[in-house]
Design a protein around this ligand. Structure first.
Ligand SMILES: NC(=O)c1ccc[n+]([C@@H]2O[C@H](COP(=O)([O-])OP(=O)(O)OC[C@H]3O[C@@H](n4cnc5c(N)ncnc54)[C@H](OP(=O)(O)O)[C@@H]3O)[C@@H](O)[C@H]2O)c1
Length: 392
């Protein structure tokens, strides 16, 4: 066992039973205790002073230096997670990666840092003590947990609201968390036709209630090498020879490059504290209708556009058996590929950044998107290669 870990296990909870206060002794920082706010009257609160100037930094800022950030990234095994972990690691931050399921799921992330820099930790999102364990040594929490469909084990409420509430409450109890970043989604609103977006809005509310200084990021639909829009459409078009698109294809989306979203998260972590307590909406430089995006996808895979428009009521009808059976059958149902009831509902309204929203520029992020030459990577699995395309 490493010396620091050994010291941590020998610690007894201090008065009030708050074991996290023991971190001060597990990781003594000469003359820095007041900076970490362990002795401050506000030590019981969640987020401390603005800015991260008090974090102990060392080195020139590269992967082998020390940024002072020790981040627990929930949902790091997902699409956005890999880019967030990579950008954290390359500036010398330590990243704790809670994962559930297979030991293989966080494997690809370990290569993004030096030995011991990326630490996968098994946890159970329903078990408070395991969440506490993965947060214990961190000073930053990033919550990327989310899912676009419900399963018989996890409803939207549980994934988005209940888990977020647990994380925020535990972060508040922790007393040493300086930043909490919550990933929501563009269109999150209590009045949205989509249950997913309604529960994302509810998650924002519970996080704000516990941690008013949390930063909330609402990305638009994300595109990138592993995205689940263009990739999925391409696979379906290839498999079925025709792509069903829901509705008349006129719903407007503002797809955003996943690497830009990761950069915005890192910028929010590292700013002087202005992003604390704020909500940012992140969209790409161009707005597309679904039909335009579908044409673009066919162009990328060098295929003739072959798609059929499925009217919303019919799409609802096709997707309804899964919804109906979800909690009624004693086995898991297949993941909905196109006909996901909630996805159908979400297409009833445009999903674009609101005109008065704070966005990339307010975080000081220069996106990789440059007007129409917005570069996206697009793997075409059946060609076994990656094609780089310019939109427009
Ligand atoms: N992708 C988009 O286009 C998009 C757009 C707007 C907003 N967002 C939001 O951005 C965040 C990241 O998105 P993403 O595309 O990276 O998501 P993703 O690829 O689906 O990954 C989701 C992550 O959440 C974890 N997760 C899902 N259900 C969980 C549960 N019940 N308990 C614990 N962990 C669970 C997954 O862990 P496992 O690997 O163990 O399943 C995975 O690590 C999410 O909050 C999402 O709602 C995404």
């Amino acid at each position: 066992m490493q010396p620091a870990a050994r010291r941590a296990t020998q610690l007894r909870p201090l008065s009030g039973g708050n074991a996290f206060l023991g971190l001060r002794y597990a990781f003594p920082v000469q003359g820095a205790s007041s900076d970490y706010k362990f002795d401050h009257s506000r030590s019981a609160s969640s987020l401390t002073d603005k800015g991260i100037g008090h974090l102990i930094r060392k080195g020139t800022g590269g992967r082998s230096s020390v940024s002072g950030i020790i981040a627990t990234v929930f949902g790091a095994t997902g699409f956005l997670g890999r880019y967030v972990v990579q950008q954290l690691a390359k500036t010398g931050s330590q990243v704790l990666v809670p994962f559930r399921g297979s030991e293989d799921s966080p494997r690809h992330l370990k290569l993004m840092g030096d030995l011991g820099q990326i630490v996968p930790m098994k946890y159970n999102p329903r078990d408070e003590s395991s969440i506490k364990a993965v947060m214990a040594k961190s000073n930053v929490i990033i919550n990327l947990i989310g899912r676009e469909y419900e399963t018989r084990n996890f409803s939207f409420e549980e994934v988005n609201v209940v888990i977020s509430e647990h994380l925020a409450k535990i972060a508040k109890e922790h007393g040493g968390i300086v930043r909490f970043i919550q990933l929501s989604c563009l269109g999150a609103s209590s009045t949205s036709p989509s249950k997913h977006q309604r529960t994302k809005a509810a998650a924002e509310d519970v996080v704000r209630r516990e941690l008013p200084e949390a930063t909330i990021i609402r990305p638009a639909a994300m595109i990138g090498t592993e995205d689940r829009i263009l990739n999925k459409w391409a696979q379906i078009a290839k498999k079925w020879s025709v792509l069903p698109i829901i509705g008349d294809g006129s719903t407007r989306l503002q797809p955003v490059y996943v690497i830009d979203v990761a950069a915005a998260i890192i910028a929010a972590l590292k700013d002087d504290g202005t992003s604390m307590g704020r909500t940012y909406e992140l969209g790409g430089p161009d707005v597309f209708t679904i039909e335009q995006l579908v044409h673009l996808m066919f162009e990328m895979i060098r295929e003739e556009p072959r798609f059929i428009k499925v009217p919303i009521p019919i799409a609802r009808l096709i997707s309804s058996p899964r919804e109906f059976l979800l909690n009624k059958v004693p086995f898991p149902l297949p993941i909905p590929e196109v006909f996901n009831q909630d996805y159908v509902d979400s297409l009833l309204v445009d999903n674009v950044v609101s005109p008065d929203a704070l966005t990339f520029a307010d975080l000081g992020v220069a996106t990789q998107a440059k007007g129409l030459s917005y570069r996206i990577s697009f793997p075409v699995s059946y060609w076994g290669s990656i094609i780089w395309c310019n939109l427009g």
